[in-house]
Design a protein. Structure first.
Length: 188
């Protein structure tokens, strides 16, 4: 297992589109494993590949004890609207209320490349939308009104000074036990 450095807002990769994953290789499985470890260590509920400096179209999530990897995800169904607080591992200490679809159905591939669909509302729905945004260069603050975005960016300008290289290096120590990522991922 390995912890990956997290890119924070200002790092160009967070603003780039990702590339479709065509093949599940051992290196890709290792990346997913490391992303789960990094998300756990950072106490996040979602982490997208661009946040660890990668171009693969994939993200990992853990909501309500359900661990998911979404590879090449697409939103098939979007319904309703709900407002709720969000933060981001790439913008530590900045939180804001964001409008999202109340319910989404997402189609994605799992770590074996098998297509599946997952329905998300509440926190899972919000997290899926947030992570899929990352895969297309979007941050949650992009979805705020102009005034709220300015306020969030003022907070971030202050916080950003803590990351001169635009990288968040997680402290090593009390690492979770070695784990086989493949077996720990649940797909509905
Ligand atoms: Ni995020």
């Amino acid at each position: 297992m390995a912890l990956l450095d997290i890119h924070v807002l200002g790092s160009p990769i967070l603003r780039q589109d990702t590339e479709r994953v065509e093949q599940i290789t051992p290196a890709l499985r290792r990346l997913v494993d490391d992303m789960f470890d990094t998300m756990d260590k950072a106490k996040g509920i979602g982490l997208a590949a661009p946040q660890v400096g990668r171009r693969e179209r994939l993200a990992v999530l853990e909501v309500d004890d359900t661990r998911l990897v979404v590879i090449n995800p697409e939103i098939l169904v979007k319904e309703g609207s709900v407002r709720g607080e969000e933060g981001c591992l790439s913008m530590p200490e900045v939180y804001a209320d964001v409008n999202r679809f109340a319910r989404v159905v997402v189609r994605a591939q799992d770590i074996d490349g098998t297509w599946y669909e997952v329905e998300g509302h509440d926190l899972l729905g919000r997290c899926l939308q947030h992570e899929i945004d990352h895969l297309h260069g979007r941050m949650f603050t992009d979805r705020l009104s102009l005034l709220k975005r300015r306020a969030a960016m003022r907070e971030w300008d202050y916080e950003k000074a803590k990351y001169p290289k635009l990288l968040r290096v997680l402290p090593v120590g009390d690492l979770p036990a070695e784990r086989d990522a493949t077996s720990s991922i649940t797909t509905p």
